[in-house]
Design a protein around this ligand. Structure first.
Ligand code: HEM
Length: 230
């Protein structure tokens, strides 16, 4: 499936002659951030292993003891997602979904890739700004008290646990898995229909793993929430 749309040829193109490079960079930053999300959700799932010993806290401690953590965060997490989001928003608003005309599965995948992208924008803003303390103490994450502050964040309001996070996890898992599938075409790795079908099964596994880990973490937090001192 080509990711090009009619708008690619009719609307002004960001970057002009560098358009190809910017698109590749968009794909690469999506892959980089996707790799981070897989690790992030796996680490979060350790919260299901209980609090004595506090396995999740141990993982957080390991991450926070990494050398050059701030530089690692900026190079592999913040800069990639900032670029991917800005260029992605431009793609979303200049693309022309054609699910009304062609009711094929791939057209729907393309459509949901864009819808999930916009859900993720809102989710990341809430998740990151909330954890950093912009919405008050109840949403703030403290690495020294990783489990209790995560529980406090998620259980601050029913809508956080039962609406915002399930939706954010679903959108992120879908966008990541479908993105990995299309990225293989972007980089010329899956050329034949058979290769795309085979890679499709792997991507379904990536979706099931990331969504499963995210929901496992969420349910564990909700279940243990009342038992952990707030
Ligand atoms: C969990 C966070 C995210 C991850 C892991 C991620 C990853 C990816 C990947 C791997 C691709 C495939 C690139 C390709 O086909 O070569 C992609 C595509 C895309 N992403 Fe993201 N992304 C994320 C968040 C966002 C956000 C916040 C936006 C903002 C609008 C966005 C917009 C897009 C768009 C529009 C595409 C389709 C590009 C195309 O079809 O040419 N993504 N993403």
């Amino acid at each position: 499936m080509s990711t090009a749309t009619a708008s690619d040829f009719t609307l002004p193109v960001i970057g002009g002659q560098h358009h190809f490079l910017l698109r590749r960079l968009h794909s690469l930053t999506g892959l980089l951030f996707g790799g981070y999300i897989v690790v992030h959700l796996l680490v979060n799932a350790t919260i299901s292993q209980g609090t004595s010993p506090d396995v999740y806290q141990e993982q957080v401690n390991k991450i926070h003891s990494l050398p050059f953590l701030l530089a690692i965060e900026w190079v592999f997490i913040f800069l990639p997602i900032i670029y991917h989001t800005i260029y992605g928003i431009w793609i979303v608003f200049t693309g022309q979904p054609n699910v009304g005309k062609y009711n094929y599965t791939k057209n729907w995948f393309y459509f949901w890739q864009r819808v999930s992208a916009m859900v993720i924008v809102a989710f990341i803003l809430f998740h990151v700004l909330g954890m950093k303390g912009l919405f008050g103490c109840v949403f703030t994450f403290d690495a020294a008290h990783a489990t209790t502050t995560t529980v406090r964040h998620i259980t601050a309001h029913w809508s956080v646990a039962y609406l915002i996070y399930p939706l954010g996890i679903l959108a992120s898992s879908y966008h990541l898995a479908n993105g990995f599938w299309t990225a293989a075409i972007t980089w010329g790795l899956t050329i034949s229909a058979a290769a795309q079908r085979r890679w499709g099964f792997v991507c379904m596994g990536i979706f099931a793993t990331t969504f499963g880990c995210g929901m496992l973490a969420l349910f564990s937090i909700i279940r243990h929430g009342s038992m952990i001192v707030r």
